[in-house]
Design a protein around this ligand. Structure first.
Ligand code: SF4
Ligand code: SF4
Length: 333
């Protein structure tokens, strides 16, 4: 067995990605069993509610963030939504947009699809530069739209009302219903996106995901970056070819782009080890398994702090869910 590869950062990425993906699937299954118990009037077995499901409430998490910034009070209905958002922001500040290429289940699926496409066609495709740039801007427009609604248009007085409303209490259940009852239009859009991801690397992430756009902006100030050692680089250009974000790695001394997801594909392929994901002046600090450990550690730390500080479990009681879940389909219509 080649022990060397265990010391390479990129060796750990698929492992972390698919373990996290399995964890998310487990959360989905457990949450649907939890909801089923109440939908069937308590006749199905009760399982505990997984708080991690609140990671699927990013817009509510933004409202929760504003509420916390304005009032200093953390929402008790879905506290994990805010904890997860803050965790991913801190990860971006310290470890690039690593959420996208190490943890995000959509990113994991997108990557699996384009890798399958590359296996079939022997290559992936690139959109013309003149179209790529405005398309990349589209995710920032979507982000601006959500940030404007929450941070500019929503009066501070309305925040408490939103976070105490039955709609917010049951938003995770509504999200579950959305996933299980997709309309033909939604399925069509997903099919088109999956089809495009087959030919173009990470199509959704590159052009449309407002969450990735937000994390990318925070990642720009991260002291940790892909850094190129000019003395050992032989200008072969392999790093730029391997970069799924199409960044010109071999022409930069350090990669500060918000598109860099910290996937380590460039450093893994470099024949002279000229590239390292590192803070300034400490090239070896995050070498090998240390960057994966930083990514996983920051995530575990964020969730752990949320749990220990009492900001992870919902304040809703069994009776609340018994009252709210049967009316979930009516709320918001
Ligand atoms: S620059 Fe390197 S780490 Fe960043 S996205 Fe490209 S290949 Fe991944
Ligand atoms: S792969 Fe390594 S040696 Fe080749 S251009 Fe990139 S940094 Fe330089």
């Amino acid at each position: 067995m080649n022990i060397e590869r265990f010391h390479r950062g990129d060796f750990w990425r698929p492992l972390v990605q698919w373990l996290f993906f399995a964890w998310i699937v487990g959360i989905g299954i457990r949450f649907s069993l939890f909801v089923r118990h109440f939908e069937l009037g308590g006749t199905a077995p009760l399982v505990s509610r997984p708080s991690g499901v609140e990671g699927f409430l990013p817009i509510g998490a933004l409202v929760s963030l504003k509420h916390w910034l304005v009032t200093g009070v953390i929402d008790r209905v879905h506290p994990a939504a805010l904890v997860l958002l803050l965790t991913f922001i801190v990860m971006s500040l310290l470890a690039r947009k690593s959420f996208c290429s190490w943890l995000c289940p959509v990113g994991t699926l997108s990557e699996a699809v384009w890798k399958l496409g590359r296996r079939i066609f022997g290559r992936t495709f690139r959109i013309w530069d003149w179209l790529d740039l405005p398309l990349r801007g589209f995710k920032y427009l979507l982000l601006f739209f959500f940030v404007k609604i929450v941070f500019l248009d929503m009066p501070a007085m309305a925040l408490g009302g939103f976070l105490q409303a039955p709609y917010w209490a049951i938003s995770d259940v509504k999200m579950l219903h959305f996933f299980f009852n997709m309309s033909a239009t939604v399925l069509g859009v997903i099919a088109v996106l999956a089809g495009l991801s087959f030919f173009y690397q990470n199509f959704w992430c590159r052009y449309l995901c407002p969450y990735g756009a937000l994390l990318g902006l925070f990642s720009m100030v991260s002291p940790v970056k892909i850094r190129r050692d000019l003395a050992t680089c032989i200008d072969c250009g392999k790093c730029s070819k391997a970069c799924p974000s199409w960044l010109p790695v071999h022409r930069k001394q350090a990669i500060a782009s918000p598109e860099c997801t910290g996937c380590l594909s460039c450093s893994a392929i470099c024949p002279t080890s000229a590239l390292a994901m590192a803070p300034p002046l400490r090239r070896d600090l995050l070498a090998g398994w240390r960057f994966p450990l930083l990514v996983a550690g920051l995530f575990a730390l964020g969730v752990g702090v949320g749990m220990v500080s009492g900001h992870w479990e919902t304040s809703l009681s069994y009776d609340d869910y018994q009252r709210l879940i049967p009316m979930a389909r009516m709320l918001g219509h």
